[in-house]
Design a binder for this molecule. Structure first.
Ligand code: CO
Length: 156
């Protein structure tokens, strides 16, 4: 595994659409391993392939697991949100946009269809924090950054 450089906001690449992954090969596995190492080293809870300069539809999320200190690492290849339910608003940041945080409107729950690193088709329902992370990372594959969806919340 190797650390990869994180592409920062301002680079046009971050605004481009990623292409689907077609080969579930050693090159993809190396990319995913590197993305995880890069995410962990940067203290992130999610990372998308374009953030390491690769315009392919691959993301990694560190999900919260109820009743556990340890998160679950979920790799999603060619992810598609197939349904959304409810709403939540909360602060987000991004490894590609250091120093910026703002409130974003997200679904409370999302259903995601995706493939694993071997190409096997899967589906997960993610809610709460996990829905935020998944939505944020999947947005990167369309060139969308979290602050595009900023909502101004009246503070007490
Ligand atoms: Co991000």
């Amino acid at each position: 595994m190797a650390l990869r450089e994180i592409v920062k906001d301002g680079e046009p690449l971050l605004r481009k659409k990623s292409r689907p992954v077609e080969s579930f090969d050693a090159k993809l596995h190396a990319l995913l391993d590197d993305m995880l190492e890069t995410m962990v080293a940067a203290n992130g809870v999610g990372i998308a392939a374009p953030q390491v300069g690769i315009l392919r539809q691959a993301v990694i999320c560190e999900l919260e697991v109820e009743g556990s200190e340890e998160g679950e690492i979920l790799e999603m290849i060619n992810p598609v949100i197939t349904s959304k339910k409810g709403k939540q608003i909360g602060p987000e940041g991004c490894l590609s946009v250091p120093g910026k945080r703002c409130d974003v409107l997200r679904p409370e729950c999302v259903t995601v269809a995706f493939q694993d690193r071997y190409g096997k088709r899967k589906e997960r329902v993610l809610c709460g924090f996990n829905a935020v992370v998944a939505s944020h990372e999947i947005d990167h594959l369309s060139g969308i950054l979290f602050y595009d969806k900023e909502v101004k919340v009246k503070k007490k």
